[in-house]
Design a protein around this ligand. Structure first.
Ligand code: ADE
Length: 260
């Protein structure tokens, strides 16, 4: 996949593309990227990229002329182009999967109050928000989107890791990931749940599914409201609710039980 991020502050993005899993994906040739400075497309002496909002109001808007030239230079009309804004559709894992299937992706970072609406109408496929809060720059939001997308490209990380994580679709449901433990099995007075050291794979899988459902019920109950929940998940959910499991600490997790 080739990812182009269009920004007034590309230096904010460089470290991300040069580090860790992204750097490895780039080295392996799975990801190509270009950080494009929108200001390079401002033709006036001062490289002006923003101006006041027609009709009044606080803040400045990004000018359509430099942005249009910049987007044309990237061929944005023929490529999937998203604009990061708190007034967009809410980003989620399903949308990340959808974007990960693209050969090329253009991510436009907003700054100031945003961009002129005509640019959105002319070039943008989706306006995307990463959550119900306002950031001071679209660059941070763009990195969240790019990070969620590129790791889904085949070969970037293992399929097993993807399947088991939150929203990965384990059991065909949108569940949060179960709690995990590593060595030592006794940390202070807190012991790893016995089932996880039993070597019994079916019991481990059962415990993990149950804990995923319990955690989802506690933190994100709306994810369990879907009509399409698999039968096994529905059955366990009913058991957990009958046990009063929603806001209880995890009994198998002594750390939380101690604090309760
Ligand atoms: N720019 C500022 N806040 C944002 C948000 N929540 N999502 C996407 N872009 C943004």
């Amino acid at each position: 996949m080739k990812i182009r991020v269009l920004s007034l502050f590309p230096e904010m993005l460089e470290g991300f593309f040069e580090s860790s899993i992204m750097a490895r994906a780039v080295k392996k040739g799975l990801v190509e990227y270009e950080l494009v400075n929108i200001r390079d497309y401002a033709v006036d002496k001062h490289h002006k990229c923003d101006d006041e909002v027609f009709g009044g109001g606080a803040g400045m808007l990004m000018l359509p002329d430099p942005l249009g030239r910049c987007l044309d230079a990237q061929g944005a009309r023929d490529k999937r182009t998203v604009f990061m804004t708190p007034s967009g559709r809410l980003f989620n894992q399903a949308y990340a999967r959808d974007l990960a299937a693209e050969e090329e992706l253009i991510v436009l970072c907003g700054h100031y109050e945003g961009v002129d609406q005509r640019i959105i109408e002319e070039y943008v496929d989706d306006e995307v928000s990463i959550g119900d809060y306002v950031l001071s720059s679209g660059e941070v939001a763009a990195l969240v989107l790019v990070d969620a997308v590129f790791r889904l490209i085949p070969g970037v990380i293992t399929g097993e890791s993807l399947e088991e994580e939150s929203f990965g679709g384990a059991e065909g449901a949108n569940l949060l990931e179960y709690p995990q433990y590593t060595r030592p099995s006794l940390y202070g007075t807190m012991k790893v749940p016995d089932v996880l050291t039993s070597g019994h794979h079916a019991n481990i899988a059962g415990w993990r599914l149950r804990e995923s459902i319990r955690k989802t019920l506690a933190y994100r109950p709306e994810l369990l409201a879907s009509a399409g929940l698999p039968e096994e998940v529905k059955r366990l959910l009913a058991e957990i609710v009958i046990e009063g499991g929603s806001h209880e600490p995890y009994p198998e997790d002594p750390g939380r039980a101690d604090k309760a």
